[in-house]
Design a protein around this ligand. Structure first.
Ligand SMILES: Cc1cc2nc3c(=O)[nH]c(=O)nc-3n(C[C@H](O)[C@H](O)[C@H](O)COP(=O)(O)O)c2cc1C
Length: 170
């Protein structure tokens, strides 16, 4: 798929087929995380590739109990920031969330290009994620995304117009 077609095709998917994700596709997606820009090229992140099968009950604790679709996806990706990397006394800003968002965006777009669906999950319980994933203290879970084959194509959601969102400043 061409880049601009990928942008058009992507949309949040909240219903998944049970079909497995091919390991080659998963690796291709993860390789885009490695290529993503990060502040000062620190790459202070870890991507947890979580297989949902057999772990549904634990994983649902991280999100909303009524949202079963979350664990219908064969994988959940969890983007974690490495705290020690972002505790740089010289820099005045913590770019860990920006970096994590860029990395996740690369992966969700790559997934779309490969015919897979994703949905970003920000409304998750960080403490539950820490416990379920047994994260060490140095890792801060920032954002999750489901990954799998969509049951239906993405819904085209209403977006604002260019005029509403862009300011040409001369
Ligand atoms: C940072 C972020 C957090 C999000 N958190 C959630 C979430 O917790 N649950 C959910 O169902 N969707 C979540 N979404 C998906 C958005 O609701 C979705 O992207 C938005 O409605 C636009 O729809 P589209 O992705 O189909 O264009 C999140 C998206 C982003 C970028």
């Amino acid at each position: 798929m061409q880049f601009f077609d990928v942008i058009e095709a992507r949309g949040s998917i909240r219903s998944y087929k049970p079909d497995p994700v091919e390991p080659e596709k998963l690796e291709k997606i993860l390789r885009t995380a490695v290529k993503a820009p990060t502040a000062r090229n620190k790459q202070g992140f870890k991507v947890f590739v979580i297989k949902t099968a057999g772990h549904e009950k634990e994983l649902i604790k991280m999100y909303m109990p009524e949202s079963n679709w979350f664990v219908d996806a064969p994988y959940i990706l969890c983007l974690c920031a490495m705290k020690d990397v972002y505790q740089d006394p010289e820099s005045h800003r913590d770019f860990s969330e920006i970096d994590a968002a860029i990395v996740m965006d690369h992966m969700t777009l790559a997934a779309t290009a490969l015919g897979l669906g994703t949905c970003w999950i920000g409304a998750f319980d960080k403490d539950a994620a820490r416990e379920v994933l047994k994260l060490d203290d140095n890792l801060e879970p920032i954002i999750l995304a489901t990954l799998g084959y969509p049951k239906q194509p993405a819904i085209k959601r209403q977006k604002k117009t260019l005029d509403e969102l862009v300011v040409y400043w001369n």
